[in-house]
Design a protein around this ligand. Structure first.
Ligand code: E4P
Length: 217
């Protein structure tokens, strides 16, 4: 499973990138707002830092405007994936932009039917939002499993990009049900390493290293 980082925070991306954990980045208008930066400027910096796809979301709601914005966004760098909302206008923009050879991430997916439409429109990525479904007492992971089954039934190549990941358990479950990608905030990815037995074991080894005076260099 590929890991995308769900942030527009350059320092956080750089820190994780150094560990090999960054296969791509996703942003959205809320994350751009949080960064306090200009969308074109910060997106360019992210693209310079990361080799994989970097999703940048359109601001328009009309298909022609989304297409125009998408064409401007892809000029930033080769690895831009234009993010469009799951509306008919968004699907029309998806079809046009993917026909032109650009990567498109269809976002705000909350049902298997929406994911089916996005795949038929040629989406590179579909972004089902797990956490926001969990927030309204619907199991977001069931949606990932349903989309996996539907895409596999028909050989759709659209990648399932599990989004709105809030917990480390979401990450495990995404991998178990076969999401192609998960996009998670840096804090969630960093927490995946935590295990008390690792800490306890390392403390014991360090105590023995100290008392025995073990040295390598
Ligand atoms: C990523 O593409 C989504 O915009 C993001 O994961 C949404 O996460 P949230 O529901 O925590 O805002």
């Amino acid at each position: 499973m590929k890991f995308f980082v769900d942030t527009a925070d350059i320092d956080a991306i750089a820190e994780l990138n150094a560990t090999g954990m960054v296969d791509g980045v996703t942003t959205n208008p809320s994350l751009i707002k949080k960064s306090g930066r200009d969308i074109l400027e910060v997106t360019k910096e992210i693209c310079d830092l990361v080799d994989g796809p970097v999703s940048a979301e359109v601001t328009a709601t009309d298909a022609d405007e989304m297409i125009a914005e998408g064409r401007k966004l892809v000029e930033i760098a080769e690895n831009i994936a234009v993010k469009v909302p799951l509306t008919w206008a968004g699907l029309k923009a998806c079809k046009t932009l993917t026909d032109e050879g650009h990567k498109v991430n269809v976002t705000l997916c909350f049902s298997a039917n929406q994911a089916l439409l996005a795949a038929k429109a040629g989406a590179t990525f579909i972004s089902p939002f797990i956490g926001r479904l969990d927030d309204i007492n619907i199991d977001g992971m069931d949606l990932i499993a349903d989309i996996r089954q539907i895409y596999d039934n028909y050989g759709f190549e659209t990648e399932i990009l599990a989004a709105s990941i809030r917990t480390v358990n979401h990450a495990t479950q995404c991998a178990l049900v076969g999401a192609d990608v998960m996009t998670a905030p840096p804090g969630v990815i960093k927490s995946m390493i935590n295990h008390p037995l690792t800490d306890k074991g390392l403390d014991a080894f360090l105590a023995d290293i100290k008392s025995a005076g073990i040295k390598i260099l």
